[in-house]
Design a protein. Structure first.
Lengths: 468, 614
């Protein structure tokens, strides 16, 4: 089977949505969302039916285990993201559904290509294809001043990062005399300073995408202002793509793990500390999740810093756990915001009385994010720490473990509001069916991975092994 | 046939457990009170039927069933199972019998209790029956310890049944803590024994003792620690102080748990593990000596006590010590016989005392008097129990006590023998003292309202009395020890009669003034010491307040100011750090771009430093 099957399928879906958008009439065009949902579900099924293809030597587009693993994850995240974006009948999302989903799918196409790219130019193009729709989507509510401001900041930081990255990649080409990543990897082993400078500059771009400190500054503003279903997706899918690109460029076949490991470790340490500490004083649920998400990126970087196959596999596991836990938490925020009209943490008061299901789901997500057994996040943190410890990064593990306690504090503050504080308003919260299903999917993921992590761990280990 | 026996034993065990589960899980059933009682009674009655069948018609041979429990390298680390032999068969009958009678009695005794309270009471009773049966069936120290703790839990729950009464709550905690002291030794001993031999099971341990691999070095200490468990559970000096306080529980509970069954667990354990104790002669000597000493000590305290239940409680301590002394002197069979007979007549006495308290509403024997006229039925059965405990033939107490005295005499421990003989005399004295003061003698108050117990209470009393007499006749017809020297039989009888005569003279005829007798030296010293419980309770209270609370306060201070202080300081720093860091999030886009530039520069600098390193 051609390695482009998924991308071609997504291209067809894009065309169908485009035509449907032209044909659609009326102010409620949410049916396009259902169309997209069906399409993405079909692609996800297809992704699970596919098996990795042995890449030809020098291929610039590969469909190996890592690519397929990442694509399944992107599609799953998109599936949940589209599902929870279906609900509001009024407002721009219903009227401009075709536009919204076209942008979302374009970005997704960028991710799919990025996961397979083994060439610097293809990688950069895919990177931009993924990023540019995100700027538009962040400012999708174009009459909302804060959303536009946040989108602009996002765009500014993003384009500067991209520029630095492109600049760096040109150095890489200059030093390696090839754009193929396989050739770059060969050159990297020589330790050419120009090549290293180029790769460092490119790391800025990737750091922006995964939102590592200090490239994270766009995150809180964008998350707070953009629509929550989009943010839920934004907070996981592009990050996962960023990590895959980092593995591809810096580690796959380079043998330079000993060099990049400590640099990533330093990045991990500052990101964990900054993310967790800055999450502490937050009073807005989305900002809290934004900073806690930065901290999670730091934990994943710990696994990257291990620069080993097991470390990479554990990051992949962490990504899956993070997709379910973090998206789930954002979805609950969305549900509460729809009922209360507020994303402030105070809106969570007494949630357990008003909607036991929602409160329990949120509790599970928070426990998973906090790393409590036996939900997915516990294994994710444990495995990442374990990989780092076997690479000798004990100081980093210790730091991460200490800051996990800080993280538990702000997560459990939310849990206390839900379960102990009295509700401000009375009456049960009515739940939208699509949103409920999305939440339940996330609960299922978090709990199933928590109780039975072994198959996914084995799959991740299988996928990561050929990289080193 | 052995398999059939094993199955029967497991059925006996399962029935009360099923009742407990039913009452524990099905809330409406438990809250119906009397219905809950009937469920528990039916289960225990069925268990009794099976147990009796096992005793009378079983194969008679020993059967052991073991199932692996904790997996380990090279075979299971520990097993669970059941052992059916002479000891456990007899104990099954005793436990189910007394449980059944006490539960029936409770229906009458606690008829004024609220329905939910009564349901709770019977649920605990069912759990207790299960735990006690599991204990006697245990084929290993580990399983025994688990059930040992379960009966301890039931004891705690039932002593504190009137949990809204501060004295009952305190007594429950006291019983729990003091027996826990002994259990600490028990569990340490079990683990040490396991570390040395690699097994918890009795059968291989006994085999080792037989072939001489036991005793190993430090075996004495191990057995002493295991014995400590029995010291706590069977109320041996110096851990006997909890048992009199345990009388705060309802009287039927005292009869079942604190007289007939649970407190004998220690004696049972030592009897069960006797082949091991034989290998540690020093510990055996200690068991005998402490037993004799406690027997005498408790008997003197029983002589000066005015609370009818407490007299019986001290008497229980004393009789348990009799059994321990017998084991320590090398006659565990006599001790076990006394365990069985004592279980019958002490339950009878407690239930009788309960009927008296039920009728007159006080525990103080000096506020009773001439009760025999008002309560002829209760008086008669109480008299049977008294005669049995005092050791008057042909009631069973005479034979079992005489078997102990014979065994001790033949073992050559004259000192222990003398102390036990003195105790036997005191036993007769304090029991007839209660009899004369409460049932005969002067009436202290008119008892128009006092009347004999209702049938649900009277029937168990008469059944127990009948069984006591039957057991005595059975022993008289040749079940007892045949080789007792005639002078010893005469001595036993003489001691009992002497106790009776002294009590009659002091409390009925008034020939001797009890107070005058008590004020002559050296009896005055004993009297005042016994009244103050030999200062043991005060000593424990002092230790608790001085040492334990002092230490706790110190630890509390360290926790509050040093540990918490450090943590508070750290958390304050963390929060402050969060606030400070938040300052860099200015909201201005140019600052964000500076961030990117700064990050790139920092990366380059860090990489430079890293590259320069050799």
């Amino acid at each position: 089977m051609s390695p482009f099957t998924l991308e071609a399928g997504l291209g067809v879906l894009l065309l169908v949505v485009f035509v449907a958008g032209l044909a659609a009439r009326g102010s409620d065009r949410r049916w396009i969302g259902w169309l997209v949902l069906a399409g993405v579900a079909g692609l996800e099924a297809l992704a699970f039916a596919l098996s990795p293809v042995e890449p030809a030597p020098g291929a610039i587009f590969v469909q190996d285990g890592l690519a397929l693993f990442a694509k399944r994850l992107f599609l799953a995240a998109t599936l949940v993201g589209v599902l929870c974006g279906l609900a509001p009948a009024a407002g721009p999302f219903a009227r401009r559904a075709a536009e919204y989903h076209l942008l979302l799918l374009s970005s997704l196409l960028g991710m799919l290509v990025l996961a397979s790219a083994r060439d610097v130019i293809l990688l950069f193009v895919a990177f931009e294809l993924m990023s540019i729709p995100l700027y538009v989507l962040a400012g999708f509510a174009k009459r909302d001043g804060t959303a536009v401001e946040a989108a602009l900041k996002f765009f500014l930081v993003g384009s500067v990062s991209s520029a630095v990255m492109a600049y760096g990649l040109s150095f890489v080409y200059g030093a390696a005399r090839t754009t193929a990543l396989a050739g770059v990897a060969r050159a990297a082993s020589s330790g050419d300073p120009l090549l290293i400078l180029g790769l460092l500059a490119a790391l800025t771009g990737f750091g922006f995408k995964i939102a590592a400190f200090p490239f994270h500054m766009w995150v809180p503003d964008t998350y707070e202002a953009a629509s929550t279903p989009f943010v839920a997706w934004l907070s996981v899918a592009p990050k996962a793509a960023g990590f895959v690109a980092i593995f591809r460029v810096y580690f796959e076949g380079t043998g330079a793990g000993a060099f990049w490991g400590p640099i990533v470790a330093a990045l991990a340490a500052v990101t964990i500390v900054a993310g967790n500490l800055m999450a502490l004083p937050q009073e807005n649920a989305k900002r809290l999740l934004a900073y806690s998400g930065i901290a999670h990126i730091g934990y994943m970087l710990v696994g990257v810093a291990a620069a080993s196959a097991s470390g990479t596999a554990m990051v992949l596991f962490y990504l899956v756990a993070y997709v379910f836990g973090n998206m789930g938490a954002f979805l609950v925020v969305e549900a509460v915001a729809r009922a209360e009209g507020s994303e402030h943490l105070g809106a969570f008061r007494g949630l357990a009385q008003r909607s036991p299901l929602l409160a329990l789901a949120m509790l599970l997500f928070l426990l998973s994010l906090g790393g409590i057994p036996f939900v997915a996040g516990f294994w994710a943190k444990l495995y990442v720490f374990w990989a780092a410890a076997s690479a000798g990064l004990y100081w980093l593990v210790l730091l991460g473990a200490i800051l996990t306690v800080v993280a538990l504090f702000y997560y459990l503050v939310v849990a206390r509001r839900m379960y102990i504080d009295a509700p401000v308003h009375s009456g049960r919260i009515r739940l939208d069916p699509a949103l409920t299903i999305a939440v339940l999917l996330c609960v299922l993921g978090v709990v199933a991975l928590g109780l039975w992590p072994k198959p996914l761990v084995m799959a991740a280990l299988r996928v990561a092994a050929p990289l080193y | 046939m052995a398999a059939q026996d094993l199955r029967d034993a497991l059925v006996v065990l399962a029935l009360p457990f099923a009742a407990f589960l039913l009452l524990g899980v099905v809330r409406p059933l438990r809250r119906r009170g009397r219905l809950a009682g009937i469920v528990s009674i039916v289960a225990v009655a069925a268990a009794l039927v099976v147990a009796v069948r096992l005793e009378l018609f079983g194969a008679g041979s020993d059967a052991v069933g073991l199932w692996p429990w904790l997996p380990g390298d090279g075979g299971p680390m520990a097993s669970v199972g059941a052992v059916v032999d002479v000891l456990s068969r007899k104990m099954l009958v005793l436990v189910t019998l007394v449980s059944l009678l006490v539960q029936i009695y409770s229906l009458g005794y606690l008829h004024e209790e609220s329905a939910p309270g009564l349901g709770r009471y019977f649920a605990y009773h069912a759990l207790f029956a299960f735990s006690m049966l599991g204990l006697v069936l245990s084929p290993s120290f580990l399983q025994m310890f688990i059930f040992w703790e379960l009966v301890g839990l039931c004891s705690y729950l039932l002593i504190g049944y009137y949990y809204d009464r501060p004295s009952a709550a305190r007594a429950a905690v006291k019983a729990f803590w003091i027996t826990r002291l002994g259990d600490l030794g028990f569990v340490a001993g079990i683990v040490m024994l396991w570390a040395a031999t690699g097994t918890f099971d009795f059968a291989p341990l006994f085999a080792m003792a037989k072939e001489g691999t036991i005793p190993f070095e430090g075996f004495g200490l191990v057995m002493f620690l295991i014995y400590l468990g029995a010291v706590g559970k069977s109320a041996q000096f110096p851990l006997h102080v909890w048992l009199p306080d345990a009388m705060e529980g309802p009287t039927p509970v005292s009869a079942l748990i604190h007289a007939a069954t649970m407190v004998t667990a220690g004696v049972f354990m030592v009897t069960r593990a006797y082949p091991l104790f034989v290998a540690a002669p020093d510990v055996l000597w200690l068991i005998g000596t402490v037993g004799a000493f406690t027997a005498l000590l408790a008997a003197t305290m029983a002589c000066v006590e005015n609370d009818i239940k407490r007299v019986l409680a001290y008497s229980t301590v004393s009789q348990l010590s009799f059994m321990m002394a017998a084991i320590g002197s090398g006659v565990p069979r006599a001790g076990f016989l006394h365990l069985l007979t004592h279980g019958l007549f002490k339950a009878l006495l407690f239930l009788g005392a309960g009927a008296v308290i039920h009728a007159v509403g006080t525990n103080d024997i000096f506020r009773m008097g001439r009760l025999f006229r008002a309560l002829p039925g209760t008086g008669t059965v109480f008299l049977v129990g008294t005669l049995a405990l005092a050791g008057i033939p042909p009631l069973p107490g005479f034979f079992s006590k005489e078997a102990i005295l014979t065994g001790v005499w033949e073992s050559g421990r004259t000192g222990v023998f003398a102390v036990l003989a003195l105790t036997a005399f005191l036993t007769a004295f304090y029991m007839f003292r209660v009899m004369f003061v409460a049932f005969f003698g002067r009436a202290h108050a008119p008892y128009e309202h006092a009347h004999d117990a209702p049938p649900s209470m009277a029937v168990p009393l008469w059944v127990l009395a009948g069984l006591t007499v039957l057991a005595g006749l059975r022993l008289a017809m040749g079940g007892g020890e045949e080789h007792a020297p005639p002078w010893l039989l005469a001595l036993s009888l003489a001691l009992a009669v002497a106790g009776f005569v002294l009590a009659w003279a002091a409390y009925q005829a008034g020939v001797v003034s009890a107070s005058a007798l008590a004020s002559t030296f050296p009896l005055s010293l004993v009297d005042s010491l016994a009244r103050r419980r030999y200062f043991l309770d005060a000593l424990y209270a002092g230790l608790y307040r001085g040492v334990m609370l002092g230490f706790s306060r110190l630890i509390g201070w360290i926790d509050r100011y040093l540990v918490d202080g450090l943590l508070n300081f750290l958390s304050a720093c963390t929060l402050r750090g969060g606030d400070l860091l938040r300052g860099i999030q200015s909201g201005r886009a140019q600052d964000y771009l500076y961030g990117v530039a700064f990050g790139l520069l920092a990366l380059v600098v860090w990489a430079q430093l890293w590259l320069r390193r050799p």
